[in-house]
Design a protein around this ligand. Structure first.
Ligand SMILES: Nc1ncnc2c1ncn2[C@@H]1O[C@H](COP(=O)(O)OP(=O)(O)OP(=O)(O)O)[C@@H](O)[C@H]1O
Ligand SMILES: CC(C)(CO)[C@@H](O)C(=O)NCCC(=O)O
Length: 405
């Protein structure tokens, strides 16, 4: 903690100085997500300062007092393979020091809420490097809690995406359930949600974000996920995908509703003995792969929605990354298969759902009494980005501060 923080904390009334849990962590197969609270508006990672403009931070709606009401939440992510950078970040910002202190006979124990598989895998590492005890929260519980909170509290959270157009939807709280949540992380979980804490994981698929990045890296030699995603912008999938027209000599197969431009077989043209991997352009590979995976997830999501009679499907997870082609493909797949009966919607906080849920699981936080206003502009920079823009910065920093109560 730097001197500035110490000074500002020292000036607060005694009850405000009580140790408060302020960091939750979601350690997935590909990415680590942090949600943390800071009281001091200037206490931000250097590279996030450009997004923390004053106007995006100051909101006062005069509602009741809350332990978190003067300050802001931040969002950050790291690759799980670079967990040591994450640990260093936590140490450098002293995020763990404000954690819940439980009295044990001889010393204070710092307990931090953690979810995702890595909460189990990296227990010892966090203990050893930061002296933190990870208090494990179930991944699905956290996901659902995070989504329910966002859908109820944040006005511009869910949106439709079709033909390059984004349209926010205001969900009626009384008419929120049931819905299907499709979380596209490394793997994909499909969860039927019937209420707060009422849900069932009804399906999943191992063909998800890890598949796109893993297979894409091998096939294109891209050095980063962002590079692979960026390539897909300029690629042409028809170079690699086998279309109905390729099989039917350029004509539709109208009798069963297939046009000549429908994909008959993803990567089907690569069976050609005349071509090797190096004969294909990385951008075309990236586009085919992204389309294949997005389409497949959209189709499986539709089948599960059909299975349970669900009309609304919310898609989250960092595979999406606000990427136009990904969202378009998923939306088209759901629309095509459901004949417009089911609706695909996307969540602005895509990959931070579980971390938010873990943050809410601290007893003293509770999202219910955090005002919608406080969290309404969780991620202002997402608003200012044009569609399809990649967020290449390592952190997604955000939130909201409430100065006057
Ligand atoms: N900078 C990035 N580096 C790596 N993968 C990224 C990046 N940005 C987005 N992704 C995509 O997001 C996916 C991970 O999403 P997310 O963080 O939601 O899941 P996870 O929690 O790591 O996975 P799981 O829940 O399956 O354990 C990756 O598999 C990849 O497709
Ligand atoms: C294993 C988890 C839940 C870890 O987040 C996720 O990666 C997932 O849902 N994978 C898909 C597993 C399956 O249902 O085939």
């Amino acid at each position: 903690m730097d001197l500035k923080d110490e000074a500002s904390i020292a000036m607060l009334p005694a009850e405000s100085r009580a140790p408060m849990p302020h960091l939750a962590i979601d350690i997935g197969g590909s990415l680590i997500k942090l949600v943390y609270y800071s009281r001091d508006g200037d206490w931000l990672p250097e590279d996030n300062k450009i997004w923390s403009s004053k106007e995006s931070l100051g909101v006062s709606n005069g509602e009741g007092n809350h332990p978190l009401s003067e300050g802001r939440l931040h969002f950050a992510k790291f690759e799980t393979s670079k967990i040591n950078d994450c640990i260093e970040f936590i140490r450098s910002k002293q995020l763990h020091v404000g954690g819940q202190h439980h009295e044990v006979p001889s010393k204070n124990k710092i307990i931090i809420k953690a979810t995702g598989g890595g909460a189990f895998k990296f227990t010892d590492l966090f203990k050893e490097k930061l002296g933190i005890v990870l208090d494990k929260e179930d991944e699905m519980d956290c996901l659902v809690a995070g989504v329910n909170f966002l859908l109820k509290a944040v006005q511009r959270e869910a949106f439709f995406y079709m033909d390059g157009q984004k349209q926010f939807v205001q969900i009626d709280h009384k008419d929120l359930y049931p819905y299907l949540l499709v979380n596209i992380g490394s793997g994909v979980s499909m969860i039927k949600v019937d209420g707060d804490g009422k849900f069932e994981r009804v399906s999943g698929t191992s063909v998800g974000g890890g598949t796109f990045w893993g297979l894409g890296r091998l096939l294109t030699k891209c050095q980063s996920f962002d590079e692979l995603l960026e390539l897909s912008h300029v690629g042409n999938n028809r170079v690699i995908d086998m279309l109905v027209g390729d099989i039917y000599g350029g004509t539709d197969y109208a009798k069963i509703g297939l046009s000549s431009t429908n994909i008959a077989s993803s990567f089907g043209k690569a069976i050609s003995v005349d071509k090797e991997l190096e004969d294909y352009q990385p951008e075309d590979i990236s586009r085919s792969l992204l389309r294949m995976i997005s389409n497949n997830i959209g189709q499986i999501a539709y089948l599960n929605a059909l299975r349970y009679g669900l009309k609304r499907i919310f898609f989250g997870g960092f595979f999406i990354r606000g990427h136009a082609y990904t969202m378009d493909t998923i939306s088209v797949a759901v629309h095509y298969w459901s004949k417009g009966e089911a609706q695909a919607m996307f969540l602005r906080h895509e990959g931070f759902l579980g971390a938010l849920g873990a943050f809410a699981s601290y007893e003293r936080h509770g999202f219910d009494d955090l005002t919608a206003h406080q969290l309404a502009q969780l991620c202002p920079r997402r608003e200012s980005c044009s569609e399809g823009t990649l967020h290449s910065a390592p952190h997604c920093d955000v939130i909201k501060e409430k100065k006057t109560l």
